[in-house]
Write a protein that binds this ligand. Structure first.
Ligand SMILES: Cc1cc2nc3c(=O)[nH]c(=O)nc-3n(C[C@H](O)[C@H](O)[C@H](O)COP(=O)(O)OP(=O)(O)OC[C@H]3O[C@@H](n4cnc5c(N)ncnc54)[C@H](O)[C@@H]3O)c2cc1C
Length: 346
């Protein structure tokens, strides 16, 4: 059956940043067949197609002249077990946070550190979402994806997804043509808490919890996030606007010599991850505005749309921050969200 194609659709309510933008055409596809038909419909009209999940990692700088396709495939189920893992399959259109909560309710913990991340399950592999010491790749088994070039459905295991820090094959040529239909998680049968992150340890300490359950961690993560991050329902944002830059050991020691309070985290490969929020704060941007766009006062990594900002205002603020951090630290900040212009992703 052909899915309904809507025209001139307001994208602001479909994104967490809420900047003004319209899609010439929009389709919510609830099945693989509907995705196939919508793509065929766009092909006959020579239209570009942009895949949209929950819109929590997208900045629209202008209207989109093609078809915005939102995969809304539903369903969550246990599809198998190994000695060590429960294998749980979730449709791309399920909300991420609801899925985390659902797995806990089923007695299959393992995703609790990733609570309250906005967006849909289908987008989680795209940037290998991560928070509080856990990344999607740590709980990933495989995914099913529709290949726009061949029309075939492929199964990709962890190696094929080439996960990295906020990165995967889906952000690169060879992977950009894939639309995620469902993700299979491998959730550990022997669960151990991951409480290495300072904010999380402190929150559990404040609650006098020495031996946390998965639900304790879920609740603590939510409390920390609600304190530090603006609620997109109240103030438009896309979470962290920049990745934490990773530098080699020599660069790190020369930066530390010049900036003894530099905040950084050693990586397994000998490099160092710098806290981008600290760099932005030091560059004087925390809480500051440029035009109608503003840096969040409690977390300098988050750029906000207090109400009247356009995508171009957010991008101008991001560029000003990049410029100042580069000038002060000689460190390049790479944006995390996808910036979408008139003709597609940039
Ligand atoms: C308040 C806030 C906090 C956040 N915290 C975190 C955090 O802690 N950690 C973190 O990693 N991220 C975080 N984010 C960023 C964001 O929530 C994640 O990147 C999330 O996975 C994006 O999901 P989405 O469904 O909204 O994707 P969208 O923003 O709609 O899309 C993101 C990208 O994925 C592609 N895409 C979407 N669905 C599919 C699909 N089915 N198949 C193929 N491609 C697809 C899109 O084309 C686009 O390139 C935060 C964002 C906000 C607003």
């Amino acid at each position: 059956m052909s899915p309904a194609i809507q025209t001139d659709v307001d994208l602001a309510p479909l994104t967490t940043l809420g900047v003004p933008a319209h899609a010439a055409y929009y389709c919510a596809a609830g099945s693989e067949d509907e995705i196939r038909s919508a793509l065929a419909w766009a092909r006959t009209r020579d239209l570009q197609v942009l895949v949209l999940g929950g819109g929590s990692n997208m900045v629209f700088v202008s209207d989109f002249a093609g078809l915005v396709l939102q995969p809304m495939l539903r369903g969550r189920s246990l599809i198998g077990e190994t000695d060590a893992h429960y294998l749980v399959r979730v449709g791309a259109g399920e909300r991420w946070h609801d899925t985390v909560e659902w797995t806990l309710a089923q007695g299959w913990p393992g995703l609790e550190n990733l609570a309250l991340i906005p967006g849909n399950v289908g987008a989680a592999p795209i940037q290998n979402i991560g928070a509080y010491g856990l990344e999607l790749t740590d709980r990933f088994h495989s995914l099913e994806a529709f290949d726009r070039n061949t029309g075939e459905v492929q199964t990709l295991d962890r190696a094929a997804c080439r996960f990295g820090y906020r990165d995967s094959v889906f952000k690169h040529p060879g992977g950009r043509n894939l639309i995620v239909l469902a993700v299979v998680f491998a959730l550990p049968k022997t669960w151990a808490p991951m409480t290495g992150y300072r904010d999380l340890t402190e929150e559990l300490g404040a609650r006098s919890i020495a031996t946390p359950s998965p639900r304790d961690i879920f609740d603590a993560v939510i409390a920390v996030r609600q304190r530090k991050l603006p609620d997109p329902a109240v103030v438009g944002n896309v979470g962290s606007f920049f990745k934490n830059p990773v530098v080699d050991a020599a660069t790190h020691s020369s930066l530390q010599a010049r900036h003894p309070k530099l905040v950084s985290y050693p990586q397994a490969d000998g490099r160092y991850k710098l806290a981008a929020g600290w760099l932005i704060d030091q560059a004087g941007w925390k809480g500051r505005a440029l035009g109608p766009a503003r840096v969040h006062a409690a977390q300098a990594l988050v750029l906000t749309n207090p109400g009247d900002a356009r995508g171009a205002d957010i991008v101008a603020l991001a560029r000003a921050i990049q410029h100042d951090v580069q000038a002060q630290f000689n460190v390049t900040l790479d944006p995390e969200p996808i910036v979408v212009g008139a003709s597609g992703e940039q």
